[in-house]
Design a protein around this ligand. Structure first.
Ligand SMILES: C=CC1=C(C)c2cc3[nH]c(cc4nc(cc5[nH]c(cc1n2)c(C)c5CCC(=O)O)C(CCC(=O)O)=C4C)c(C)c3C=C
Ligand SMILES: [Fe+2]
Length: 426
């Protein structure tokens, strides 16, 4: 559905661009590809299936951008203690991100010395930008480790940027959790997303080390009303009641960090917080559960995604409506516990993906949902809801949270000389 590029100019492969423009003329050629130049529209999330989304802007791309179908998420640890080296890396990542999101190869592409490795690893050379967005975040450990400030960032750590607390039933694997930096790469084509993380990782050699990574397929949320609601691995429509980019007031209230939200971290204004949770789903047990039980646990019907209180997919659930055995939308159903009316009016922008990572020792699928959400304040807009769900949600019987991370997502790069995180480092 989202695989078809809608922009004729941007459906041009990197190889053709090199052929036409030549390596030395890349910057000129790039301006015509869309997105590489600074012609972005402030706050415009773009259309579903677009082949290029602008990299520069007031906010980073990949948040309100219509969720692409593929994900490669990576978390890195910084291996240097030099602030200058870290800033050099962020500058180099910015240049590479500008190029790759425009459908261009990294650096000089393949047209470098025969005696040296090419700047770009090459597997995306025949592909266009494929709607690639790269969204960067900073973990709490970038600011402080073992009680000591790092990189001169003492005093700049946002108050809400702490490791997420232990939630009931968490079974977190430290090797799949946290990290100093994160990059969310989303694209229509998985090879483009993987190419992006691989090249950023390669550029970072000697400065950062990959800590953990997650591939995702099949978005589990819509972030625009123009998108069809996808399904998760339980077979249910997921994303129906998600916060959508067309809800400008909702996005302003619940996604973007505002000026003055945190006086000690004004650099984060225009940014957001990214919550990542790797949630394993007991697929085999679910597949032996009756449809009645499945729908009761979710609070919606499987076919249409309509609330069990009646109506169609986008009808508002009626939590008061009683059936023969109690409320039609059960007290411990996922939808009731996650609904804004049960959470002090809180709405959330979810942007997760299905995943399968082979099978486990019991011969069961190691599969689930890589939950990603962007929130303005994790203390108000994520932690209370997760506490409620982890403790009371009937679905938890089928879920295991195995990975976790919280990252502050700086605002977008706004100037030609700007770089990711420049509001924090300059
Ligand atoms: C803490 C936040 C949430 C986690 C973690 C989470 C995991 C999770 N969700 C599903 C399946 C569905 N979730 C649905 C709705 C929904 N989920 C959350 C939050 C979390 N989900 C919210 C805020 C909502 C919207 C509630 C509302 O306003 O009605 C749905 C219904 C369809 C929809 O509205 O998106 C499904 C289905 C799974 C399987 C899962 C963990 C693996
Ligand atoms: Fe959910």
């Amino acid at each position: 559905m989202s695989e078809t590029p809608t922009s004729a100019t941007s459906a041009v492969s990197r190889r053709r661009l090199l052929g036409v423009a030549g390596a030395g003329a890349l910057a000129v050629g790039a301006a015509g590809v869309g997105g590489y130049a600074y012609g972005h529209t402030e706050d415009d999330p773009g259309r579903e299936g677009q082949a290029t989304y602008p990299f520069a802007g007031r906010h980073q791309a990949g948040i309100v951008t219509p969720a692409q179908d593929r994900l490669h998420f990576a978390s890195f640890d910084v291996t240097t203690e030099s602030r200058d080296d870290l800033v050099l890396l962020l500058r180099a990542w910015t240049a590479a991100a500008r190029a790759m999101t425009s459908g261009l190869p990294v650096g000089e592409g393949v047209a470098t010395s025969y005696d040296a490795p090419p700047d770009d690893t090459g597997e995306a050379l025949d592909l266009d930008a494929s709607g690639l967005t790269l969204t960067f975040g900073f973990g709490p450990s970038l600011f402080e480790r073992n009680g000591k400030p790092r990189f001169g960032l003492g005093g700049k750590q946002p108050k809400a940027l702490r490791e997420l607390p232990h939630f009931p039933a968490d079974q977190l694997d430290p090797a799949r959790s946290n990290g100093d930096l994160c990059v969310q790469a989303c694209a229509h084509d998985p090879q483009v997303a993987v190419h992006a993380i691989r090249n950023l990782s390669r550029i970072g050699f000697g400065t950062v080390a990959l800590r953990w990574a997650q591939l995702g397929f099949g978005r589990t949320s819509s972030t625009s009303t123009s998108q069809v609601t996808p399904r998760n691995l339980f077979g249910f429509k997921d994303g129906t009641a998600n916060l959508k980019s067309e809800d400008r007031a909702g996005i302003a209230d619940f996604v973007w960090v505002g000026e003055g939200d945190d006086a000690g971290a004004d650099w984060l204004a225009g940014g957001s917080y990214l919550v990542a949770r790797r949630i394993n789903m007991q697929i085999e047990t679910w597949d032996r559960t009756s449809l009645r039980e499945q729908e009761t646990l979710v609070g919606r019907d499987r076919e249409q995604g309509a609330p069990l209180s009646g109506g169609t997919e986008f009808s508002e659930p009626d939590f008061e409506l009683q059936g023969r055995e109690g409320p039609l939308v059960a007290m411990d159903s996922h939808v009731r516990l996650a609904h804004p009316t049960q959470n002090g009016g809180v709405k959330m922008l979810r942007r997760g993906y299905n995943f399968t990572d082979g099978s486990n020792a019991l011969g069961r699928l190691d599969a689930g949902l890589f939950f990603v959400a962007f929130v303005r304040d994790p203390d108000q807009h994520y932690i209370p809801m997760q506490t409620r769900l982890s403790g009371q949600d009937g679905l938890m019987e089928y879920l295991q949270h195995t990975g976790s991370g919280l990252f502050a997502v700086p605002p977008g790069v706004r100037t030609k000389t700007g770089f990711i995180g420049d509001t924090l480092f300059v």
